[in-house]
Design a protein around this ligand. Structure first.
Ligand code: AMP
Ligand code: MG
Length: 355
């Protein structure tokens, strides 16, 4: 087990010395966790196959699920790809730096392990001061999946990263909690119209404004597990974001959802289970369970997205056996939230209506 160095940095005015220490680790094939605007990432030199292999090992991530490659300049995309469609250029101008990952045809300079042997590569430019400087100082594109153990909820604080990876990585840059709280939107630009493979920090509606035509892959909005024939992004087929507790998501019209959550929580408490409810500000007072937490107000989906992974981790700390979660609206960031909740539950969804 190695010692993980914790480097606290000021996100507004980052201490260069600390970022240089982190960059030196990446340059020499090491692993460094860092904040982005979405969640904390775990970075390695994307062009160093040994470093990328170590990245998969540290996370216990399956080798068939490639990381996103992070860049700090638009021109870096040229080296990593074979072609950049005009629509992608437009999107980069609008949304980069930001929570949008674009999938391109990859160039020969990208090692196979970095893209899990695929002919494509997922790239984004993060909107975080510390991370952009880190990438520049590292002098290479940085492969960075979320900095959690594979399958666990993504980390939104340095504490979460240490809970999963302390002793498994070289260093962590701690610049405080992340702002968006769910991962980037992954958009496949190798097809026309482009397809959203994973809903995330850049909402579907904003992409549609620019592209006019954009599709949502069925797996990205699935309400049940689909067969692997439908898989286009390797991450689609792996269990994700899951807390230790069993999880149930109740979907439908709100008053019917509240009644169903009450019924389910009574049922599980009677069986002697420790029950947690993931509610919202508007509904929290209706529930009497062992642990009740609010994601935030239903009219502030950005706040809900920002709280989601933290609360799932808190339920684990409180050792609940079952988490019962309410549905939230699927517009804006709500689509990413519902995608994560459904996956976290292993598609254990109860659907209700009030007629
Ligand atoms: P994470 O790194 O944990 O944010 O996950 C990255 C996501 O991007 C996963 O869902 C991957 O399957 C997806 N991804 C990475 N590379 C590609 C690619 N070349 N084509 C499609 N999806 C990809
Ligand atoms: Mg992840």
């Amino acid at each position: 087990m190695k010692k993980t160095l914790v480097l606290k940095v000021n996100s507004q005015n980052p201490e260069m010395k600390k970022i240089r220490i982190a960059a030196d680790f990446i340059k020499s094939g090491g692993l460094v966790a860092f904040p982005t605007e979405t969640v904390y990432g775990l970075g390695a030199d994307a062009l160093n196959p040994k470093a990328v292999k170590a990245l998969f090992d540290a996370k216990k991530r399956p080798f068939d699920n490639p990381p996103i490659v992070h860049v700090s300049y638009m021109k870096d995309v040229l080296k990593l790809t074979r072609e950049i469609p005009p629509k992608a250029e437009e999107l980069m101008k609008h949304f980069w730096p930001g929570p949008l990952t674009l999938v391109f045809k990859r160039s020969v300079m990208v090692p196979d392990v970095t893209v899990a042997g695929l002919d494509t590569i997922a790239i984004r430019m993060p909107r975080h001061n510390v991370t952009l400087i880190l990438i520049r100082k590292s002098g290479c594109p940085v492969a960075a999946p979320s900095a959690n153990l594979s399958g666990k909820p993504s980390p939104t604080t340095a504490r979460h990263v240490l809970d999963d990876l302390n002793g498994r990585i070289d260093a962590i840059l701690d610049a405080g909690p992340t702002h968006i709280g769910v991962e980037s939107t992954v958009l496949d630009m190798t097809v026309d119209p482009p397809i959203i493979l994973r809903p995330g920090g850049t909402p579907y509606e904003r992409l549609k404004d620019i592209l006019k035509r954009v599709e949502l892959h069925p797996v990205a909005v699935a309400e049940k597990e689909l067969t692997t024939n439908n898989v286009r992004s390797p991450g689609m087929k792996h269990r994700h974001y899951a807390p230790n507790a069993d999880m149930i998501v109740v979907e439908g019209e709100l008053s019917a959802v509240v009644s169903k959550v009450k019924e389910l929580l009574k049922f599980h408490m009677r069986k002697g289970k420790k029950v947690g409810v993931l509610a919202t500000d508007e509904t929290i007072e209706y529930y009497k369970a062992d642990v009740v937490k609010s994601l935030g107000s239903r009219i502030n989906l950005a706040a809900i997205a920002n709280n989601l992974f933290r609360l799932l981790r808190e339920f684990d700390v409180e050792c609940v056996d079952v988490i019962i979660a309410e549905t939230v609206p699927t517009e804006g960031l709500g689509l990413a939230v519902m995608n994560r909740l459904r996956k976290a539950s292993g598609y254990n969804i109860v659907r209700v209506n009030n007629c």
